[in-house]
Design a protein around this ligand. Sequence first.
Ligand code: SF4
Ligand code: SF4
Length: 439
Amino acid sequence: MKTFKGGIHPPEEKELVKDNPIADFPLSTTFYVLVQQHLGAPAKPIVKAGDEVKKGQVLSEPLGFVSAPVHAPTSGKIKAISKMVHPVTGLLAPCIVIDADGKDEWTDGLPLERDPSVMTKEELMGAIKAAGIVGMGGATFPTHVKLSPPKEKTIDTFIVNGAECEPYLSSDYRLMLEQPERVLGGTLIAMKILGLDKAILAIEANKPDAIKLMQEKAPSQIQVEPLKVKYPQGAEKQLINALTGKEVPSGGLPMDVGAVVQNAGTCAAIYDACAHGIPLIERITSVTGRGIKHPKNIKVRVGTPIQDVLEFCGGLLDAAKIIFGGPMMGIAQFSDDISIMKGTSGVLVLTEKDTNISRYSGCISCGRCVEACPMCLIPSTLSKAGEKSMWELAVNNDLLDCVECGSCTYVCPANRPIVHFVKYLKALQRAANAKKKGA
Ligand code: SF4
Ligand code: SF4
């Protein structure tokens, strides 16, 4: 079965939630919609306190091409343009607070009924851009940008990422199992935009029922490819390598080897935007871990307070840590005063037993991190550079090629927080560059 070099085999832990069908999350009374839901330039609020809004109405407009609008998740009144903790950066960020009116009324004209197969590429792209779609696997890069490669790049491979290699999470699995038409419909739309007549839908072999169903449902242009179960099989560069044998060059992007990758959830959102004009205002999220009473897969609106989500799932049980995303690449939260975002693929609640809070010690040069690294880096060198804040040394040792997958940290017998060192070094490098530019 196809795979990449390196990687690890952490316990899958998917049985906690994988067999739970997607549950509709009831409407919250108040929504906290962060304006920055994507990578790239921020969006600018165009509503003010006191305004009445309808579901799907634009709340903030993108500032630039690499940006995305944000829409109202329900109808109601804008209570405030405030600030709240951003779950990804940990900093206070602009947030639009909506008091829901409980009517959940769509803005004028939505949802539409139209046939994407008769729409032009420009109309499809316009629908995707207007819907504020971003990478829903967690990367949150604006989708219309990924689907607009520069003219000099020849794209010959479109991959739908259904690997879901992060332990615990099952949101993409449930989506493929319960709503395969949305994923396949979005795949056909993306193929049309890219001018391709074939695509690969990649799924890890630990989801045999999703593989079988997709093989039955997919049209002949979409090849369903089972992949070996190994972390981080769903990382873009590893997925491309496993399926095509090509290596994205150092500092390069998938389009440099002719590939575009979109997550399965993103494809479903593409379908909704093109067939129904529906913006990205809700997503499927796995709420899981031994620290939550009743793990569930939920269909939840963007901006829903996390306290409501935890309560809906029965509340906490000896919870020690709340993570947005999975245990490998997710981000631990220091507060539960946060809300669901477009990229929240999971809310993982770990007990103390499931966390590793041991102190780290010196590197014993065992080489396990080197063996595990899917990017063929020397993580031990990066961690030593991190201890001494030597970002230039780290850059010379391919710091910027690190995909922050956490495989090195997972295998390190000295418990060295290598990914944290990497993130710290990248921040130092960005700060030094900004200083040089006088920013
Ligand atoms: S160095 Fe980066 S890419 Fe390599 S294993 Fe560690 S986190 Fe992953
Ligand atoms: S796994 Fe840890 S102890 Fe071993 S070489 Fe890497 S950083 Fe050093």
